[in-house]
Design a protein around this ligand. Structure first.
Ligand code: 13P
Length: 254
């Protein structure tokens, strides 16, 4: 088996004006220059994508968007198409983030449509899943994850899976300071990988990267990355400062 390349992505959510975004990537480039053996991406808000893309020229840091719409173009006021993101230099797009599911009506079905549209345009996808606190307390973690994986990935073949990264983000751990323990996260990651093996094959399940997200910090990243099935992190708050995000990227040195 080929080792899975660790992948650290910063989801900036609705933070950073274009000017602030440029400052942050400048600092980040300096703070992680020369780092090897880890893939890194940043996901600024739409308005900053173009400027950040220019700033990242010649850098190994990848650009990601936080969402897209599945249609190519047309009368869809306020939406952004896969081609628009591709043209502005995006390599990845985050799809199905719990904040989209909670506040903007995203469902497993719309997540699936978005994933297909992104892949068709040659974008790689960070596909987010995770249970809410209520679901966890009702003992539904695994059934929720199973449904999100099955329905979110519906009708996607082995080849398409090569361009998908899964991000397991328990909703109760997002922005709360309550990280899942490495053991708790690993248990769900193992379950997700097992589910991918059932839906696809051993090979696909061994190659797919599964990031953990939810209150990841420089203090807890090492313990998470020591787990066999945790291949990286999708970082919110701690990605808004070069100092903390660069430490997460440099987790091997901690
Ligand atoms: P925090 O790291 O701020 O908890 O956010 C996690 C997240 O939602 C990343 O997508």
């Amino acid at each position: 088996m080929m080792g899975r390349l660790p992948f650290m992505a910063g989801n900036w959510k609705m933070n950073k004006t274009t000017g602030e975004a440029i400052d942050l990537v400048r600092e980040l480039k300096a703070a992680i220059s020369g780092v090897k053996g880890v893939e890194v991406a940043v996901a600024p808000p739409f308005t900053a994508l173009y400027a950040v893309c220019k700033e990242l020229e010649g850098s190994f840091i990848r650009l990601a968007a936080q969402n897209l719409y599945w249609e190519e173009k047309g009368a869809f006021t306020g939406e952004v198409s896969p081609l628009m993101l591709k043209e502005v230099g995006c390599h990845y797009v985050i799809i199905g983030h719990s904040e989209r599911r909670q506040f903007f009506g995203e469902t497993d079905e719309t997540v699936n449509r978005r994933i297909k549209a992104a892949l068709a345009q040659g974008l790689k996808v960070i596909f987010c899943i995770g249970e809410t606190l209520k679901e966890k307390e009702e003992g539904k973690t695994f059934s929720v994850i199973e449904r999100q994986v099955e329905d979110g990935l519906k009708n996607l073949g082995d080849k398409e899976m090569e361009n998908i990264v899964i991000a397991y983000e328990p909703v109760w751990a997002i922005g709360t300071g309550k990280t899942a323990t490495p053991g708790q996260a690993e248990e769900v990651h193992r379950f997700i990988r097992g589910k991918i093996e059932k839906l696809y094959s051993r090979e696909v399940s061994e190659e797919i990267r599964i990031q953990y997200g939810g209150s990841v910090t420089p203090e807890n990243i090492k313990g998470l990355m020591e787990q066999a099935n945790i291949d990286g992190a999708l970082v919110g708050g701690a990605s808004l400062k070069a100092e903390s995000f660069s430490k997460i990227v440099r987790f091997k040195e901690l």
